[in-house]
Write a protein that binds this ligand. Structure first.
Ligand code: FES
Length: 173
């Protein structure tokens, strides 16, 4: 009798059971979610007519939080005053907005560190030391262009694909 050999057989049996469970679980999960191609095609229309300068709304896009913010002239000036070379993820406000619509900052509301939802889009929420958004999980601070300025997040808040389908409607996706 060799105990080491029996251990090996037991471990192999357990590992095999684990693989089997994985194979059974995956199709169930896939049935509950829309398929990847459906998600890829889905767009979200947002009415921006009621968002005054200085206000933001929280929406969702493909199941992720989405922030739509109407920047004030002061917030635009603050973003423009920053030297791009000082930024961790160098991008101008121009590059992150549409031509002639620099006041509309549209980003995912997902911190690029570990994915928490930053504060700052809701009425009265803490916008953090750079006046944009503040992630309470580990203290990442974003500026009025949604660019990372302080804390562990590596990159700016993501700007999704979007277009103005009228003066008051934005279609994201
Ligand atoms: Fe936002 Fe860590 S998830 S700082």
């Amino acid at each position: 009798h060799d105990p080491r050999r029996r251990d090996f057989i037991n471990i192999a049996a357990v590992a095999w059971a684990g693989v089997g469970a994985g194979v059974i679980v995956l199709p169930l999960i896939n049935q509950m979610n829309p398929s990847a191609d459906v998600l890829a095609l889905s767009t979200t229309e947002i009415d921006i007519s009621k968002i005054e300068p200085g206000q933001s709304i929280k929406s969702t896009f493909r199941k992720q939080p989405l922030f739509v913010r109407n920047l004030t002239p002061k917030e635009i000036a603050e973003a423009d005053a920053v030297a791009i070379s000082d930024l961790r993820d160098p991008q101008s406000l121009e590059e992150r907005t549409k031509a002639g619509k620099k006041n509309w900052l549209i980003t995912l509301g997902v911190c690029t560190h570990l994915g928490c939802v930053p504060l700052g889009a809701g009425e009265g929420e803490n916008k953090g030391p750079f006046g944009g958004y503040f992630c309470p999980c580990h203290g990442s601070a974003y500026d009025t262009a949604g660019r990372i300025r302080q804390g562990p997040a590596p990159t700016n808040l993501v700007v999704p694909e979007y277009a103005f389908t009228s003066d008051t409607v934005v279609t994201v996706g």
